[in-house]
Design a protein around this ligand. Structure first.
Ligand code: ZN
Length: 390
């Protein structure tokens, strides 16, 4: 390389750093982090299923760490319904290129969680000036007529603000298991707002703990299971902001925990409040938690057309005895009609047995060890997932 090339490269490098610095520091200045609220009720629910999730998470982690055993984990696909809000004359709004770019990014980001996303081709365009500048308090007004059951509903708006009228990048409504996410258009392709909000939907909490409170998680990890985000491979986080981050995503704060230990937070974590451009990854335990939790809410992602049929055919479907005693699980289906296929998997998707229900409508579960399982029953048109305990 001659000297003039070297100078040219040095100039490029300088420009690159300058642009990176500018783009990082311009983020978050006018926006508060995220407006998802994790209520006390939601936290209590997470606690009530924690021990069961832990078993699934452990299995997921050991399998996903082994390239051979990772094949046993089934990829989950979450269907997305995109609602694009435009002004009343149909101009503006998120472009389909930006939409697909963001979905590709999601699929890349959630690969290690074995979760993928597929956007429905039929995009719902809402041409209404009234919703272009969208306040969180207008949520019910918008979703009442614009909601697709069985999907993760994502609403893309030009401007988004919380009730206090602060501009926000996004939020997930996790209070009613309605699967709703709202994102401001300019944040859609930043690579981390959508993954962050979907992380909330899949039960993840900010790495600094629920909502905006100061964390009680200790740096030494001794209460990592219960405090902060309740996940142990994310270090205690004093809440990241422009006050304690430099423009290269380094933590430069001096905060200490109750023991006087200095924090060493993960500034790359998607569930943190680091600059949006810094946030690139979930940890293994976060991935395992999301996958395990998805098994709990999977039923709400069954295609509504399938569900309509299920109301007829599988309407009064019952599993008994549940918990299973004696090694046989009986399925009560009044009008089975065509043959019904069954699959038994655990909460992290590992398949144990499958077959076709015979006339006895009993499934031999002698070979299953104690634990929680999912039974998927399907015929050509219908699919129902039920949980049982052995
Ligand atoms: Zn958040």
């Amino acid at each position: 390389m001659n000297l003039s090339n070297l100078k040219f490269d040095a100039l490029h490098l300088a420009i690159f750093f300058l642009l990176t610095t500018l783009s990082l520091s311009s983020q978050n200045k006018n926006e508060i982090g995220c407006a998802t609220e994790t209520s006390q009720k939601t936290l209590e629910f997470y606690n009530s299923i924690r021990s069961e999730l832990k078993i699934s998470e452990k299995n997921f982690m050991s399998k996903s760490a082994s390239s051979k055993e990772a094949h046993d984990i089934q990829f989950e696909e979450i269907p997305i319904k995109a609602h694009i809000i435009r002004n009343s004359n149909g101009n503006s709004g998120l472009s389909t290129e930006e939409l697909h770019q963001s979905i590709n990014n999601l699929n890349e980001t959630f690969k290690e969680a074995f979760i993928q996303f597929k956007v429905n081709d039929d995009i719902n365009y809402i041409d209404d000036d009234g919703f272009c500048h969208f306040n969180k308090s207008n949520e019910k007004e918008l979703t009442a007529y614009n909601y697709a059951k069985g999907y993760l509903n994502i609403y893309f708006v030009e401007n988004l603000e919380n009730q206090a009228e602060n501009s926000i990048c996004g939020y997930a409504n996790i209070s009613e298991s309605a699967n709703l996410i709202f994102v401001k258009n300019s944040c859609v392709t930043n690579g981390s707002t959508l993954p962050h909000e979907i992380g909330h939907l899949l039960s993840l909490i900010h790495t600094h703990g629920p909502n905006d409170n100061q964390t009680t998680e200790l740096v030494d990890g001794s209460n990592c299971d219960t405090d902060g985000d309740g996940i142990c491979d994310t270090p205690a986080d004093p809440k990241l902001s422009s006050e304690n981050l430099d423009n290269f995503c380094n933590y430069v704060g001096t905060e200490t925990d109750a023991n006087g230990d200095k924090y060493q937070p993960d500034t790359r974590n998607i569930m943190s409040y680091a600059y949006k451009g810094c946030r690139t990854q979930f940890t293994s335990e976060q991935s395992a938690r999301m996958y395990a939790f998805y098994q709990y809410i999977k039923n709400s992602f069954i295609n509504p057309n399938e569900e309509d049929v299920s109301e007829e055919t599988f309407a009064s479907l019952k599993l008994y005895p549940n918990p299973v005693t004696g090694g046989l699980l009986s399925v009560y289906i009044p009008t089975a009609g065509t043959s019904v296929h069954y699959k038994i998997s655990n909460l992290y998707g590992q398949l144990f047995s499958e077959g076709v229900l015979d006339n006895t409508k009993q499934i031999d579960v002698n070979n299953l060890s104690s634990g929680a399982y999912m039974l998927t029953l399907s015929n050509e048109k219908t699919k129902v997932v039920k949980k049982f305990i052995k």
